[in-house]
Design a protein around this ligand. Structure first.
Ligand code: SF4
Length: 281
């Protein structure tokens, strides 16, 4: 996107802010310079984290690939989202790795937090490496820990049904979690664990470059949006994760515990589907 186009988009958003009452300092309205500065800072941080992970992970890994850009990320950046989501697309984070497979191989022995000692399997993520739609949950549960794949228990089956209802399969999307290892007893992830593990998810997002992210549950949403705002207040609007439109809904496990959430979850999913279809069309 050219500077002129970005400025035009920003001007249009500011005009819309005036009409809708959105504050002009809304997190959805990011000026170009700020996006570039944040992107540079984040690239620096993740490079350090990934380099650290690589040195702690596979000793036989080929570190030459760790400094090779995956692809020109600007190919997926566009101003397509501004009309529907009110988000100015910025420079999304540059991936450090060349591929998800290589990244997985380098971090799958991770011991950066205590969960590395108690897991049965490292749960990297699954799906289409070029997916336009990415679902992100909080952490593996017992079934996921046993099988090494996210969302394979009852909650996973429910997610499959939700996807089927919008004519999607797992192979069409990408599914990952904030944590790659199971917290014992399915307790909530601890802040220190998330701080250690989150750079891995950031790198996955940078490699996949989804056009839409759907955060499943409070913990995923709060981690991605770096907020403590309750899930109920995060739902019902578009957010931005590094220039990628992000929608929040309930975790499928919460739907199993409280079927009353299904109706609002379905509303969220339909909005995601509509945007997904608009982009595809
Ligand atoms: S949860 Fe993440 S940081 Fe902790 S050991 Fe597993 S992969 Fe490493």
């Amino acid at each position: 996107m050219t500077e002129t186009k970005a400025n035009n988009n920003l001007a249009e958003l500011l005009r819309r802010s005036a009409r809708t009452g959105f504050a002009t300092n809304s997190p959805l309205i990011l000026d170009r310079k700020r996006i570039s500065r944040l992107a540079a800072e984040r690239r620096q941080k993740i490079s350090e984290s990934i380099a650290d992970a690589a040195s702690n992970g596979s000793e036989t890994s080929d570190t030459r690939e760790t400094t090779m850009p995956a692809r020109n990320m600007s190919t997926k950046s566009s101003d397509l989202f501004t009309e529907t989501t009110g988000i100015v697309i910025g420079d999304t984070q540059q991936a450090t790795y060349a591929s998800l497979d290589k990244f997985n191989r380098d971090i799958c022995e991770c011991q950066k937090c205590p969960l590395g000692k108690t897991r049965l399997n490292f749960v990297f993520g699954v799906g289409n490496p070029n997916a336009d739609l990415m679902f992100i949950g909080e952490a593996p549960g017992r079934n996921e820990d046993e099988q090494g794949e996210p969302f394979v228990g009852r909650a996973g089956q429910l997610l499959d049904k939700i996807l089927a209802a919008i004519n999607l399969k797992r192979e069409d999307i990408y599914i990952a979690n904030i944590l790659k290892c199971r917290p014992p007893g399915n307790r909530d992830p601890q802040p220190e664990e998330m701080a250690e593990c989150f750079p891995y998810l950031k790198e996955q997002i940078a490699l996949i470059q989804p056009k839409i992210i759907c955060a499943l549950g409070r913990i995923a949403a709060q981690a991605l949006l770096d907020t403590k705002t309750p899930l109920g207040k995060l739902r019902g609007q578009w957010h931005s994760y590094q220039g990628i439109p992000l929608r929040v809904t309930y975790h499928p496990a919460a739907l199993l515990r409280n079927p009353a959430f299904k109706r609002v979850c379905w509303e969220d999913i339909q909005i995601v589907q509509a945007e997904f279809a608009r982009l595809a069309g």
